[in-house]
Design a protein around this ligand. Structure first.
Ligand code: 5GP
Length: 186
């Protein structure tokens, strides 16, 4: 479907993935973050069209029916998905898309005819993951518990990914990701 590879990064929520991706994007300007669509509520620090395209549920479901998504998943009661148009937009700019999606999304893409390099980021341990999730302060206690439970399940899938990177030291992990990505760009 596309000539160049897409890069997929999955990590349990709160694992420091966003900071890592931001550093990676600075290190490697040929990458461009693929902006997903979601029905999740916007967090206070998020901007529509930059972090996500925030859609209503009916609008999201309409786009599912119209086959506008290359993959989508329901995560914690909300829809999240990558639109084909978003990947087209990035490729047209001569860049490589980097998709920050969950393990279900990565699994869906494995079944498609495309070149994909998948990376899984693991937190150093569950205690640290819980600490990071709480430090963010954007979820209720119940939501934190669901995200921790989901993280345990997601980490069990890490062996399905091409690369596993431990996010212990942020700069070190970002450099590791950059090196992997560059290997696949030539
Ligand atoms: P958050 O609510 O913390 O922004 O994201 C929750 C989860 O949804 C994360 O694991 C994130 O990677 C995943 N996610 C974000 N965008 C997409 C997408 O387009 N597709 C899929 N399958 N998952 C996504």
């Amino acid at each position: 479907m596309f000539e160049r590879p897409i890069f997929v990064i999955s990590a349990p929520s709160g694992g420091g993935k966003n900071s890592l991706i931001n550093i990676l994007l600075q290190k490697e300007p040929r990458l461009q973050h693929s902006i997903s669509s979601t029905t999740r509520q916007r967090r206070a620090n998020e901007i529509d069209g930059i972090n996500y395209h925030f859609l209503t549920r009916p609008e999201f479901e309409k786009r599912i029916a119209e086959n506008q998504f290359i993959e989508y998943a329901r995560v914690l009661d909300n829809y999240y998905g990558t639109e084909i148009a978003e990947l087209d937009r990035i490729f047209k700019q001569g860049k490589y898309p980097i998709l920050d999606i969950d393990v279900q999304g990565a699994q869906t893409l494995r079944g498609k005819e495309l070149r994909m390099v998948s990376l899984f980021i693991v937190p150093p341990d569950m205690v640290e993951l819980e600490r990071r999730l709480r430090a963010r302060g954007s979820e209720t206690e119940a939501e934190i518990q669901s995200r921790l439970e989901l993280a345990r399940l997601e980490i069990m899938e890490k062996d399905n990914f091409d690369y596993v990177v431990v996010n212990d030291d942020l700069m070190k992990a970002a450099e590791e990701l950059a090196q992997v990505v560059r290997t696949h760009m030539v």
